[in-house]
Design a protein around this ligand. Structure first.
Ligand SMILES: [Zn+2]
Ligand SMILES: [Zn+2]
Length: 208
């Protein structure tokens, strides 16, 4: 068995929309059977120092805590992994998704389309030509029919899929997760894994 990560969630420290107390996060993740988390705040990326402090005070010293960020384009949200925290400032909200995807990938990031079929904030037909490394096809913010649509879209486009919680409440952390078949320990490992497809949706007990 590989390492199980939740790749998409928000804490109240850096996302005003989230109720998650970051000090409780890692313990909750461990109880859900996760090996790691990737924090993806809206337009903010946790620094390594912040994350080290959270792990150090969690009581779970081996826990793998990484960070990307979630970019809100003019049409759809993009999970961006592998940039430095100070590079986030170059991603002004509300720009065209295809432009910002290309920019992030040129800077060395890997990108996942967040809840691509969510009725409230979908991508439009431009997603057909956007070279995401993967599409997120399940989260607590995708209704069952939206999950089916997202999976069909990914299949039609030949894109790999991730499943993650997009948690904004502690009880949702790990509701969905992704399993990596190689030993991911760093953002570099995660980026390579997402590029090369060494991952698959992970079925968390009690979830579809
Ligand atoms: Zn949010
Ligand atoms: Zn999100």
């Amino acid at each position: 068995m590989g390492l199980v990560f939740d790749l998409h969630l928000h804490t109240r420290r850096h996302s005003a929309c989230s109720a998650i107390d970051e000090s409780l996060l890692i313990d909750r993740a461990v109880r859900k059977g996760l090996d790691g988390l990737v924090l993806t705040e809206h337009h903010y990326q946790w620094t390594r120092e912040e994350m080290d402090e959270l792990v150090d005070t969690s009581g779970h010293p081996g826990f793998i805590l990484l960070a990307g960020f979630e970019y809100s384009s003019s049409k759809g949200d993009i999970l961006i992994y592998g940039l430095d925290p100070e590079q986030v400032a170059a991603f002004e909200p509300g720009r065209p998704p295809e432009v910002m995807l290309a920019k992030a990938q040129e800077m060395g990031a890997v990108c996942v389309a967040a809840h691509p079929t969510r009725a409230a904030i979908p991508f439009d037909e431009r997603i057909l030509d956007m070279p995401f490394e993967a599409l997120e096809v399940k989260s607590v913010n995708l209704a069952p029919h939206e999950q089916r649509l997202a999976k069909k879209l990914a299949d039609d486009l030949g894109r790999r899929v991730t499943t993650s919680s997009d948690a904004h409440r502690l009880e949702d952390v790990g509701a969905y997760a992704t399993e990596f078949l190689n030993p991911v320990q760093s953002m570099e490992d995660l980026r390579n894994s997402l590029r090369h497809g060494t991952f698959r949706p992970y079925s968390v007990a009690g979830q579809g």
